[in-house]
Design a protein around this ligand. Structure first.
Ligand code: FDA
Length: 452
């Protein structure tokens, strides 16, 4: 068992923890980053599967995500745009694929009118929400007491409109059934991206990717920290008091003045806190849960859909894969599609054997792109639900009523223990940008605490 002393111990080498560690070092403080996995990056993971480079975790950057954009530039990485030339495809309730351009799904004039009207209403509500303090809105309690689905259904009885409006924050973002989270949580998700309109605009929210993969961000941040990053060190115990903290993993003990817990909040209970965390934290952490989505990668010898004038962008609230995109790597001759299977659909297909699951998912993709979609040369499912140190995707959010009740305390430090993660961000909530923002913010708070 090795024993070291630092100013700050950071638990978790994801984007939040590594950003904070670098910021603290720049402020003259010594750090040790303990990471449970044998790799850094957490939910950022770029790997080569059967010869194809795949973004197993996060990958896209939107123009408002300035903290991530700055970090990418500062690390000397370059970006490229998601392929978007040509028609998008929408599959409606009758199962027929319909080509379209622009943001509005071709759901028929009356349904399109209803969607536009409710979108305008949502944009007004979102504009009133402070993404850092959604609980401070005068109607926070009321909006947190009604599910996203129930609120939408109170606005219209057009089922197709409801399904299309619901899935932007449901299947596509929080990756939970729309009855499982509140209107307030949905508005917060949209506020974190600037507006509801931004969130439904794929060309905005899924704008750019990093050449060579987004995991380079944590890899390069960790490289700067050199020997201060310790892999395969799951922190099991965190002793804390007025004199500081002691983090204990299976083979290391780190004494420090302050600690940063930079893991997803649903994993805090994997650590034994001595003494236990206060009542408030015990309660609030139980009201957070991870969403669940399978990110499906299908690689083909060429991007065959482009030959048909298709952009690769596809949506349907009626399909197993509710959204799919051209995810071809920079400079790659092969074509890659990425599809997403969310929440209860993900439960259902994981109950099947692997061959049946693959067949069902590829069948769904073929409804957008035609039969050729069923014959990829590489097929891979990102299964974050099976990852012990993540347990779902993309991120954690509150249950019904939890956000206004507990949200304000999620980021509040407990003695020398501070918290940072994308799952508690305002701008960039549940995104890498939010993780970086939280890392920067909490590093400043820790530096101030150390200086006393
Ligand atoms: P993160 O979870 O990455 O890091 C926490 C680290 O703590 C992990 O490395 C974990 O192993 C470690 N840890 C946990 N417990 C520990 C313990 N007890 N001891 C030591 N270490 C411990 N975002 C985006 O901006 N664009 C996108 O396109 C996507 N797409 C996307 C797809 C998929 C499939 C996923 C899973 C996620 C995304 N995201 C995304 C979300 C994005 O990846 C995510 O919000 C951030 O990477 C989270 O960074 P954090 O540092 O906050 O947590």
């Amino acid at each position: 068992m090795s024993e070291i002393t630092r100013d700050v111990v950071i638990i978790g080498a994801g984007a939040a923890g590594l950003t904070a560690a670098n910021a603290l070092r720049r402020q003259g403080l010594s750090v040790a980053v303990l990471e449970a996995r044998d790799r850094v990056g957490g939910r950022l993971w770029t790997d080569t599967i059967e010869g194809a480079m795949l973004e197993i975790g996060g990958q896209w950057i939107s123009p408002d995500q300035t903290a991530l954009i700055e970090t990418v530039a500062e690390l000397g990485l370059s970006t490229f745009s998601r392929y978007r030339d040509g028609d998008s495809v929408y599959v409606g309730p009758d199962g027929t694929p319909v080509r379209f351009t622009g943001d509005l799904f071709p759901a028929g004039p009356e349904t399109e009118r209803v969607i536009a009207e409710i979108t305008a209403r949502l944009d007004e509500m979102v504009a009133e929400i402070d993404p850092d303090r959604p609980w401070a809105h005068p109607k926070a309690a009321e909006w947190d007491a009604i599910s996203w689905d129930a609120w939408l259904r109170s606005q219209t009885d057009d089922d197709e409109a409801v399904r299309n409006l619901a899935f932007a924050t449901g299947s596509a973002m929080l990756t939970k059934p729309t009855h499982a989270f509140s209107l307030l949580q949905s508005l917060h998700m949209a506020a974190s991206a600037g507006s509801y309109t931004n969130l439904v605009d794929a060309d905005f929210i899924l704008d750019k990717r990093v050449v060579g993969g987004l995991q380079q961000v944590p890899l390069l941040l960790a490289e700067r920290l050199g020997d201060d990053v310790f892999r395969s060190q799951p922190v099991r115990t965190l002793e804390w008091g007025e004199d500081g903290v002691t983090a204990v993993s299976d083979s290391m003990t780190v004494h420090a003045r302050q600690a940063l817990l930079a893991a997803a909040p649903i994993l805090y209970d994997r650590i034994s806190f001595v003494p236990p965390l206060p009542r408030r934290q015990h309660q609030l952490h139980q009201h957070l849960s991870m969403g669940f989505v399978i990110k499906v990668h299908a690689v083909y010898d060429r991007p065959f859909w482009r030959e048909q004038g298709l952009s690769g962008t596809a949506f349907s609230p009626y399909e197993l894969s509710h959204e799919a995109y051209d995810n071809t790597n920079f400079g790659d001759e092969r074509g890659t599609l990425v599809g997403f299977v969310s929440d209860q659909h993900a439960d259902d297909v994981f109950a099947l054997d692997a061959d049946e699951r693959r067949a069902r998912i590829l069948e769904s993709l073929s409804h957008y792109y035609g039969p050729e979609a069923k014959e990829p040369i590489v097929y891979y499912e990102s299964d974050w639900g099976s990852e012990e140190w993540t347990r779902g995707a993309y991120a954690a959010s509150f249950d019904l009523g939890g956000l206004h009740r507990y949200g304000a305390d999620l980021r509040t430090a407990v003695g020398p223990i501070h918290f940072a993660c994308s799952d508690m961000a305002g701008a960039g909530f549940q995104h890498v940008d939010g993780a970086i923002r939280m890392g920067r913010l909490v590093a400043d708070q820790i530096a101030e605490a150390v200086r006393g």
